[in-house]
Design a protein around this ligand. Structure first.
Ligand SMILES: Cc1cc2nc3c(=O)[nH]c(=O)nc-3n(C[C@H](O)[C@H](O)[C@H](O)COP(=O)(O)OP(=O)(O)OC[C@H]3O[C@@H](n4cnc5c(N)ncnc54)[C@H](O)[C@@H]3O)c2cc1C
Length: 189
């Protein structure tokens, strides 16, 4: 008889977990306190406009593709997307706007011009962010922290060896390039 697994919450994480458990042969019971699935991935309508309640940017589509592939399906048969040239536009209350381009060099130029910062500073900041991502994603996104093997993996040793680049004991705000104008409020999307 199939073992039953219980999943509490059907946000994107719960849904992905349900699919992975089903693929491993479990029977799955899911519990959700909302009357819809998707968790933060939802929206509401007001005065003719649709408002996202959570994500607007679709980051890391490869992990959604992986869920289709687990069942031998071609993701493109179910789920298609194209990379946009402008990822999103940011608007601040003081009138500043920023159009976030997906092309890294265009993005660097845009930020540099908008905030009057040397493009080299922005490019260096992005380079360091990429290094942090490359060091930590294999551990936090691709492995389970509940397995001892994760802690003794090559990826973990590599991250520890390079921990000086991770700014582990600094806040993001403290770490950001000091020459970038700090905004008192979050951008208004
Ligand atoms: C304003 C905002 C903007 C964001 N923008 C982006 C973006 O642009 N790009 C991006 O990639 N990410 C973005 N994120 C992050 C992204 O939305 C979340 O990381 C992701 O949706 C979290 O999914 P989750 O399944 O972990 O949690 P959730 O979506 O929170 O799902 C948890 C589910 O569990 C249910 N639940 C909780 N407790 C119980 C219980 N006791 N019993 C039954 N059900 C329960 C909840 O009702 C909910 O449905 C944004 C988040 C927010 C809030």
């Amino acid at each position: 008889m199939k073992k039953t697994a219980i999943v509490i919450g059907t946000g994107i994480a719960g849904l992905a977990t349900i699919l992975r458990l089903l693929q491993k042969g479990y029977r799955v019971k899911a519990f959700e306190s909302n009357d819809y699935v998707g968790g933060k991935i939802t929206s509401f309508h007001n005065k003719g406009y649709r408002w996202d309640m959570g994500p607007s940017l679709f980051t890391m589509p490869q992990y959604v593709n992986e869920l289709f592939e687990l069942f031998g399906e071609n993701p493109k048969d179910h789920f298609n997307y194209t990379r946009k040239k402008v990822l999103c536009n940011y608007f601040w209350e003081d009138g500043t706007t920023l159009s976030a381009k997906s092309d890294p060099s265009l993005f660097v130029n845009e930020v540099s011009q908008t905030f009057n910062v040397d493009p080299m500073i922005i490019a260096e900041y992005l380079k360091k962010s990429k290094l942090k991502y490359d060091l930590t994603a294999p551990i936090f996104l691709e492995k389970s922290l509940h397995r001892w093997a994760t802690y003794f993996s090559f990826a973990t040793l590599k991250a520890l060896f390079n921990s000086v680049h991770l700014n582990l004991f600094e806040s993001l705000n403290h770490h950001q390039p000091t020459k970038i104008k700090t905004q008192e409020t979050d951008p208004v999307f």
